[in-house]
Write a protein that binds this ligand. Structure first.
Ligand code: SF4
Ligand code: SF4
Length: 82
């Protein structure tokens, strides 16, 4: 896991720069919690899915949850942070 990726994500949030984030389609989620088990930051991804985006400041955008989801609920997006 690149330390630059982690630093870039955190700096982007502080300065409200457009950045990669993970958005979700909550209606597709079957609550299998495979994403929770795979997250290296111990984020309750399944709970975050319900708000249609991963908001946790602990998220390092590693993509493990995106890859493991059997229903393709999670995906990368580029958006301004509000
Ligand atoms: S892995 Fe996908 S389907 Fe399973 S709980 Fe997480 S978001 Fe929902
Ligand atoms: S991208 Fe990585 S750190 Fe962020 S919620 Fe998904 S698994 Fe956890």
């Amino acid at each position: 896991m690149s330390p630059f990726l982690v630093a870039g994500a955190k700096i982007g949030r502080v300065f409200h720069l457009p950045q990669i984030r993970i958005t979700t389609e909550a209606e597709k989620c079957i609550c299998c919690k495979k994403c929770d088990k795979k997250c290296p930051m111990s984020i309750s991804v399944c709970e975050e899915v319900k708000s249609n985006k991963i908001e946790s400041f602990d998220c390092i955008l590693c993509g493990e949850c995106v890859d493991v989801c059997p229903k393709k609920v999670l995906k990368y997006s580029i958006k301004n942070r509000n």
